[in-house]
Design a protein around this ligand. Structure first.
Ligand code: XMP
Length: 310
């Protein structure tokens, strides 16, 4: 790919579209939104307002880490604490699509809608990539971030226009652009993380306690499997329970799934054949999390499984 040409073209489009106005974007710290932030900041400078929405379902220490990283690149990011709003919206919901929908509505309507009004922004920039569009259009998954492809008019529904400068790229292309733009390797090479965040990995209700359990398991898996260089690795909290024994007492505990896959662009994936020693260490550390007494390894490729669990 010709990165110089892509960046130049997108810069010109952003400048010509936003003109003297204000654009706003939400940074999650994932590869896509990070690359978008740097690209848009280059094009728009002070006309870009970047917010980080703390939605209560981010990984351990993530909001602070992301803001610090971008501050080092002299890109200001404002944290919006929307934890209560998201937890309230997710309360009592167990259906995967309803969960995604609750997150979409809270994100766009309650949080962005408000932020846009406060800043006077007329454009919302979004890090949607080609795979998101294809899978949504094919009905494989309802991506939370591509309203217009779904025929929802964001201007009408939420009061602003959405621009998606990365919509022609796949994940590997986004990484190339990130590298070209000088993003640090630990961001460019970061494993993908879904928009619905940890909620995409909690089967059943998303409660503060269940988020804490999954957050702890996620931190363990990300640390233990970083050296594999796999495309994606993460933990999932199941709704089922299983009997176990702790301190000589039987307990009906929670089950964590570990998933580690290889893929080029997430359209297809194979399962990494992890070393037994690593799996054993993962099981030991994960079952030390309070309330978790089982750890299982997911052996399913995509297809027939998807990468995430909701
Ligand atoms: P699935 O589960 O559909 O995931 O096989 C394919 C890739 O997309 C990521 N993913 C998402 N990314 N918003 C995102 O930005 C989402 O709603 C979403 N759902 C899944 C997933 O992590 C994998 O890399």
């Amino acid at each position: 790919m010709n990165c110089e040409k892509f960046v130049l073209e997108q810069t010109l489009i952003l400048k010509a579209t936003v003109k003297n106005g204000i654009a706003i974007n939400a940074l999650s710290g994932g590869v896509d939104s990070s690359v978008l932030t740097v690209l848009a900041h280059r094009a728009l400078g002070k006309q870009l307002k970047t917010i980080l929405v703390d939605n209560a379902i981010m990984r351990e220490g993530e909001p602070e880490r992301v803001i610090r990283t971008f501050a080092q690149m002299r890109i200001p990011v404002e944290r919006i604490d929307a934890r209560k709003l998201f937890l309230k919206a997710l309360e009592g919901i167990t259906d995967p699509e309803e969960k995604r929908n609750a997150i979409t509505q809270t994100f766009y309507k309650d949080v962005f809608g408000k932020a846009v009004k406060q800043t006077g922004a007329t454009y919302l920039l979004h890090g949607t990539i080609l795979t998101d569009i294809e899978e949504t259009v094919a009905g494989i998954k309802r991506q939370h971030n591509i309203l217009s492809q779904l025929g929802i008019n964001p201007q009408k529904a939420y009061g602003y226009k959405v621009l998606e400068p990365l919509a022609t790229l796949r994940k590997n292309g986004v990484r190339e652009i990130g590298k070209y733009l000088g993003l640090p390797p630990f961001i460019v090479n970061r494993i993908p993380f879904p928009g619905p965040a940890l909620a995409a990995r909690i089967v059943g209700e998303v409660t503060p306690q269940r988020i804490d359990t999954l957050r702890a398991a996620t931190a363990i898996v990300e640390k233990e499997l970083a050296h594999t260089g796999a495309f994606q690795y993460f933990a999932v909290l199941l709704e089922d329970r299983a009997t176990g024994i702790r301190n000589n007492k039987r307990e009906f505990g929670q089950i964590i799934v570990v998933r580690c896959i290889d893929s080029i662009d997430a359209r297809k994936a194979t399962v990494r054949e992890l070393d037994w020693k690593i799996l054993r260490r993962l099981a030991k550390r994960i079952t030390a999390i309070p309330g978790v007494n089982r750890c299982v390894y997911d052996l399913t490729p995509k297809p027939p499984a998807t990468v995430e669990y909701i």
